[in-house]
Ligand binder design. Sequence first.
Ligand code: 13P
Length: 330
Amino acid sequence: MDTLAEINIKGFADEYIDPTLDLFDEIEKLKKQKNAVILAHYYQEPDIQDIADYIGDSLGLSQQAAKTDADIIVFAGVHFMAETAKILSPTKKVLLPDIKAGCSLADSCPPHLFKKFKEQYPDHLVITYVNCTAELKAMSDIVCTSSNAVQIVQSLPPEQKIIFGPDKNLGAYVAKKTGRDLVLWNGACMVHEIFSREKITKLKERHPGAKLLAHPECEEVILQMADYVGSTTGILKYATSYPDKEFIVATEAGIIHQMQKDNPDKVFIPAPPNNAGACNDCPHIKRNTLEKLYLCLKNESPEIAVPVDIIERAVKPIERMLEISARLGL
Ligand code: 13P
């Protein structure tokens, strides 16, 4: 357990936490008392994954947020994920352990600029990746995640013109997989753009049997080398279901905790970033810590607020995504 001094040095909490407290026990007690549920993304630190009621990718987390009967959702993820939960369950209190846990990809698409972009293509349908602000979702026709983007595009008539944003790498991957000509917004995720083709090539020489698993937010040069491309859940399932023993993982390194837990006899190597100072830990999602999670549940703050008019508009494209996903058994 961290001492208060350590907690303060890391900037993890501005409220005193008794260092003798077992935070796992305390969080469990608070959860029962308050009828709260903890939803966590695979990118979270191991302690948070271990205490979560549900761990998943963005699609799984949205599906859970839509159906939970808890009064409080503690969303251990980034801001857009908690916002999505609030949009889907507006009567519930949605908490984010660190309100500053943002997303470089969502930030790469300011809504006022996207509005102008969209106006240039009035006959196009707008599909937005869930990694965007609520305001952007409110301007969209369908939301998607990395696990259903290809299928959502395929579900539309071939003549349908489409704008895809904000991730240009996922968009290019979807365009290639579907053979569709998508108009792409030029956004990207700082973590997924960091991997080095040269270093991965060298790593593969040293581990010739290792399979490269990549998230579709990675650049095309990395995706071309990959043995499997998919969402975090897809990557986890691949590593578990295939008999291979070694895997190079090209996504945020938090996923490796679950991969290792499910497959203790296998070896998972984080894909190397392109320079020594780079890091494939997302600095935004990793702002959440067990200490902050405890405090946010105890204080019921920070709480996510989304204006009602945005909720009313943003819920439609998210529900459309959930309907298509349910129909396709995703
Ligand atoms: P998935 O949760 O769909 O795997 O995407 C993770 C993510 O948000 C990448 O930035």
